[in-house]
Design a protein around this ligand. Structure first.
Ligand code: HCA
Ligand code: CU
Length: 382
């Protein structure tokens, strides 16, 4: 899994998020931020979606970013002709292959799909651009149909073949199986790219097993925004991958920019960063129970698989509550620059717990209990 790449689709899939409306300036700001972060590819909305979409695509291509710029189109010559004129480095082509989509969406049979795919791919390649071919709704497509079309496009040569869990129905084992199977029928020089929706909460797990199975590229969006409840979040994937491939992830991605990018996108689409977000959720590095706090103070790895400093974040010991322990309180006493013995810390902790049984505490409550107690023990008896 240690040499994966990211196709960042906030400016394509992310635009399909219910709240998204990106001005040209916002798109440019997001594209630059993603580029600074170090994503490999930035995928943009189809230039045939609207006049402005085309103009924005051209504008982003002119920025001279390090990331390669892609646009995403239907498997159709009308779209392909416009796409190759925008200045992109590559084109991501997609067509629905499940019976649902063949019946209720474009109404084409597999032979027709094959012919169309070959024509579009050859055209894009003739312009010297990268090409990816992907089947929409791959997991509800007939496996024989799917492998046939993948083999066909692989034979004429594509940079990447894509699997898309368009409806978010796949589970990690199915993903692993399909990636392995696909890998066994295409040439070793063709990369596999995967796109996972999160309807059943499996997107990150699916991305991980896809990489284990031999896929190379994962589509992400900042905060996971996209159609319905979205796709693999960039941040959550970083959390997963830094555990599995720490050196690669730390050397390749500018992880300290993650929070800024999430804030930028959250504001642009008027949502908050979720409280339980990996890495950037407000309590992602907050330790509360006394037992946890004690161990964290001794060695953070005891209860942390991610190091907050890798992301420019800090850990926090939540001591103002009835689950607290004397080690956490002792550390607060030290922060307040007061001096209490261990026994005194235990005694003041008991007072804090007592009040914590009655109501929710805040830091000021704890600090005044500590300060009062400190005065009390340092006042000579009369
Ligand atoms: C969609 C298209 C897509 C495309 C994925 C891909 C999907 O239905 O909006 O190009 O691989 O989820 O199938 O986002
Ligand atoms: Cu999608």
């Amino acid at each position: 899994v240690g040499n994966f790449q990211i196709i960042e689709s906030t400016l394509r899939e992310g635009e399909q998020f219910a709240n998204a409306f990106f001005t040209t300036e916002k798109k440019i700001e997001i594209a630059k931020a993603l580029d600074d972060f170090g994503v490999d590819y930035i995928e943009l909305t189809s230039p045939v979606a609207s006049e402005q979409s085309r103009a924005d695509c051209e504008a982003i291509c002119k920025l001279g970013l390090k990331a390669k710029i892609l646009t995403h189109i239907r498997c159709h010559m009308d779209d392909a002709r416009v796409a190759v004129e925008t200045g992109v480095d590559g084109v991501d082509v997609v067509i629905g292959t499940s019976s649902f989509l063949r019946q209720y969406s474009h109404g084409k049979d597999m032979n027709y799909i094959s012919k169309q795919a070959v024509e579009v791919i050859e055209f894009v390649k003739s312009k010297g651009l990268e090409i990816r071919f992907s089947s929409e709704d791959s997991f509800r497509s007939d496996l024989v149909d799917l492998l046939n079309i993948y083999k066909t496009v692989d034979k004429i040569g594509v940079n990447r073949i894509g699997i898309a869990d368009t409806v978010g129905c796949a589970n990690p084992r199915q993903v692993y199986e399909l990636v392995r199977t696909l890998k066994s029928v295409i040439s070793s020089s063709t990369d596999i790219e995967c796109h996972f929706h999160d309807d059943t909460g499996c997107a990150v797990a699916n991305a991980y097993t896809a990489l284990e199975g031999g896929a190379r590229l994962i589509d992400t969006c900042v905060l996971g925004i996209g159609e319905r409840n979205g796709i693999v979040p960039l941040g959550a994937l970083m959390a997963r991958m830094i555990v599995s491939a720490p050196d690669y992830v730390k050397s390749k991605y500018n992880l300290k920019k993650l929070r800024d990018i999430e804030t930028l996108v959250a504001e642009a689409v008027q949502v908050n960063i979720p409280f339980n977000n990996p890495i950037t959720g407000f309590c992602a590095f907050t330790h509360k129970a006394g037992i946890h706090a004690k161990a964290i103070l001794a060695n953070p790895s005891t209860y942390e698989i991610l190091n907050p400093h890798d992301f420019g974040m800090t850990r926090y010991i939540h001591f103002a509550n009835r689950l607290t322990g004397w080690n956490a309180i002792k550390s607060r006493v030290d922060q307040l620059d007061l001096h209490l013995t261990d026994d005194e810390c235990k005694e003041v902790t008991a007072k804090i717990k007592k009040l914590g049984d009655i109501r929710q505490l805040n830091i000021d409550d704890v600090d005044s209990i500590i300060k009062d107690y400190h005065v009390e023990v340092n006042t000579p008896a009369v």
